[in-house]
Design a protein around this ligand. Structure first.
Ligand SMILES: NC(=O)c1ccc[n+]([C@@H]2O[C@H](COP(=O)([O-])OP(=O)(O)OC[C@H]3O[C@@H](n4cnc5c(N)ncnc54)[C@H](OP(=O)(O)O)[C@@H]3O)[C@@H](O)[C@H]2O)c1
Length: 285
C-alpha cells in the first residue's frame, strides 16, 4: 500500500481516486472546489490540506495552468508530480522546469481511456519523464492502467496522446458525417454499423485495407506508389463525397477541408502517387 494524493476531482480525477482506493492505497484528495471530495472521503479518502500535501501527487485537471494555480508557490522538495492533464508538449516541458525549480520531479502522462475505462483491462497511458522515477511509482500507477513509457522528454507523453486523439476525433467525426449522409437516405445508424466496424478493424489489420500499417511503411520509405489507386482519383472521389453531403443539406467544413488538402497535393504534381503523398503537403504547409 502506498500513499497517493489525487489533485483535481473532475470525472477523471475522481475515478482515479476511487481506483487507487479500490486497489488498497492510502488516498488523499484535493480539488479547487473541495465539495467534490465528499463522495471520496465517504469511501475512505483523506482531505488533503493543500494540493502539495503528499510525496506522490497524481494530477488530473483541465490543463497545466490549473496545476500552477493549485500548487501556487508551494515547495515540492522530494515530491513526484505525475500529471495526466491535457496540454501541449511545450507546456509540459515548461511545467517540468517549473516543478524542478521547486525541488520536485514531473512525470507527464496522457491517459487513453474515459473515466469508465480507468483501471479496466485495455486501459493505458503514455508516460514520459525520468524513467527511474516512474519505475519507483509504477506499481501504484498501474492501478490506473498499463504504462506505456515513451521517453525522457516530458513533452513526448502528450505528443503520443495527441497523435492518438487526432486519429480518434477526426475518424469519429467522419463517421458522424457518414451517419448523417446515410440518415438523409433513410438508413439508420445500426444498419451501417457492421460495415463501419469492419472498416475500423480492417484499417488496423494486415490485409489490402490495412492502411495504418501500409501508410507507416510508406512514410518510413518516403515512397507512395499510386499506380492502382492514385491520389488524383481519390481527390475526385472526395469531391463527389463533399457534393453528396451538400446536396443532402449537410455541413461540409471538415470534408471540404480534406478535399482541399487532396486537391493541393494533386496540384503540387503528385496526383499520380498514392494517398500517402498527402503527408508531404501536411509537412510542408
Ligand atoms: N474525461 C475524459 O474522457 C478524458 C479522457 C482522457 C483524458 N482526459 C483529460 O483529463 C483531464 C481531466 O479531465 P476531466 O474530464 O476530469 O475534467 P476537466 O473538466 O478537464 O477538468 C476538471 C478539473 O479541473 C479543475 N480545474 C479547472 N480549472 C482549474 C484551475 N484554474 N485551478 C484548479 N483546478 C482547476 C476542476 O476543478 P473544479 O472542480 O474546482 O472546477 C476539476 O477538478 C483533462 O486534461 C482531460 O483532457 C479526459
Amino acid at each position: 500500500m502506498t500513499q497517493v494524493t489525487v489533485v483535481g476531482l473532475g470525472p477523471m480525477g475522481s475515478t482515479m481516486a476511487e481506483t487507487f482506493l479500490a486497489a488498497g492505497h492510502e488516498v488523499a484528495v484535493w480539488n479547487r472546489t473541495m465539495s467534490k471530495a465528499e463522495p471520496l472521503v465517504a469511501k475512505g479518502a483523506r482531505r488533503a490540506a493543500s494540493a502539495a500535501d503528499g510525496e506522490l501527487l497524481v494530477v488530473s485537471q483541465i490543463g497545466y495552468q490549473a496545476m500552477y494555480d493549485s500548487l501556487g508557490d508551494a515547495r515540492l522538495d522530494g515530491t513526484v508530480v505525475v500529471n495526466l492533464s491535457s496540454g501541449t508538449p511545450e507546456e509540459l516541458r515548461a511545467a517540468a522546469r517549473w516543478v524542478e525549480g521547486r525541488g520536485g520531479v514531473l512525470v507527464t502522462a496522457g491517459i487513453m481511456v474515459p473515466p469508465p475505462g480507468i483501471g479496466r483491462p485495455g486501459a493505458y497511458a503514455f508516460y514520459s519523464g525520468p524513467k527511474d522515477v516512474l519505475d519507483r511509482h509504477a506499481a501504484t500507477l498501474k492501478a490506473l492502467g498499463d504504462i506505456a513509457y515513451v521517453g525522457a522528454d516530458q513533452g513526448l507523453a502528450m505528443t503520443y496522446y495527441q497523435a492518438q486523439l487526432l486519429v480518434f476525433w477526426s475518424s469519429l467525426t467522419s463517421y458522424m458525417h457518414a451517419m448523417a449522409l446515410l440518415s438523409r437516405s433513410g438508413v439508420a445508424p445500426k444498419e451501417f454499423l457492421p460495415y463501419a466496424k469492419e472498416l475500423f478493424t480492417l484499417l488496423g489489420g494486415d490485409g489490402p485495407m490495412g492502411f495504418a500499417g501500409i501508410l507507416a511503411a510508406e512514410v518510413e520509405a518516403g515512397h507512395h506508389p499510386g499506380e492502382l489507386n492514385s491520389l488524383h482519383m481519390q481527390a475526385v472521389g472526395m469531391g463527389h463525397a463533399v457534393h453528396a453531403l451538400a446536396d443532402a443539406g449537410l455541413e461540409t467544413t471538415v470534408p471540404g477541408a480534406l478535399r482541399a488538402l487532396f486537391e493541393r497535393a494533386d496540384a503540387e504534381g503528385r496526383g499520380h502517387e498514392g494517398l500517402g503523398t498527402v503527408i508531404q503537403s501536411i509537412m510542408n504547409p
